[in-house]
Write a protein that binds this ligand. Sequence first.
Ligand SMILES: Nc1ncnc2c1ncn2[C@@H]1O[C@H](COP(=O)(O)OP(=O)(O)OP(=O)(O)O)[C@@H](O)[C@H]1O
Ligand SMILES: [Mg+2]
Length: 363
Amino acid sequence: MAALLSVQDLTVGYESSAGAVTALDSVSIEINENELVSVVGESGCGKSTLALAMIGLLPTPPARVLNGEIEFKGTNLLGLGPKRMREYRGTQIAMIFQEPLSSLNPVYKIGDQIAEAITIKRMRDDGRSVIESEVMQKTHKIVPPSPSKLPRGKRKIPAEMKEDTIASLKLVRIPDPDQVIDRYPFELSGGMRQRVMIAMALSQEPALLIADEPTTALDVTTQAQVLKLMKELMDKVKTSILLITHDLAVACQVADRVAVMYAGDIVETSNVYDLFSKPLHPYTQGLISCVPTGSKRKVVLKPIPGSVPDLRTRMVGCKYVSRCPYAMQVCSERKPRLLDVMNDHQVACFLHGEADGSNTANN
Ligand SMILES: Nc1ncnc2c1ncn2[C@@H]1O[C@H](COP(=O)(O)OP(=O)(O)OP(=O)(O)O)[C@@H](O)[C@H]1O
Ligand SMILES: [Mg+2]
């Protein structure tokens, strides 16, 4: 069965006054229907760049797609102009960001914002084109107020939409949804705001939901609740999820499959069970040894020595070579390809490729 979304050899660079950065270096990844794939990796390894490329929100310039394809349901998204991309973004592919305060409009009540999302979905279903900012004004007769004149306490949601708006909040288990619709984003806790964002994204019934560090700003208890909720809603709404996180423990809790990124490369990908029980890439092994397990009384964490290479430098070999305890000569000379080593388990490492060096990306 063809993947829902397939990224092939995607290379993305950023131009800056300090020099050109290769943020994604020939990245390939697939997401199947009803699958939760987690992309994990250290800060700056290219996770958000991958997400933004998928949803057509790369800032161009300074970003430039240098190579590759992103195929979604058989269409190469990179070949679409901005207008066609809008038919996918927010509807077929939705995204939630790390800090919901920056995505929610501070001057509109929660209920108005969810009602707008539902209205957009209905208009699209009816084949009507939508300019999002106009919808809010036309359907709810709202003119954006100045912050000093917030329309506090005055309900704007049309009566016939109230029920659906409340149902949407119930779906993400917000307590007292009939009161929450009248609140402003700043009046909610971080966990509630993140649930509102999930409700708005899911109201579009997207085939793919991209969540970029959605729980990083939350405490561990709320984080666990939000992750569990996302996983449960996957089946209800029939969506696939790409969960981006720097936290391997988060991926372990909810993912079906995990892709490990290092300095713009995917270095290992596998189902979640094999990745944690039989990690093959030395970087994945290093990341796992940094996660506290709680199985021993005294937990000894082993940080990975060294640091991520400067992405402005063009490297010939494996980018992990300077930190790898098993580095061989070939690792500095050639870049290993991501190869199938076991069923549903791929790794880019000469320790697990052919010894004659045929496991190379640049031969
Ligand atoms: N707008 C930009 N201009 C220039 N360079 C950028 C820009 N955005 C990202 N980069 C660079 O691209 C690389 C990848 O950044 P990206 O934000 O994708 O990483 P990330 O894995 O999401 O990191 P984090 O975990 O900190 O969010 C980094 O070296 C970063 O400095
Ligand atoms: Mg990021």
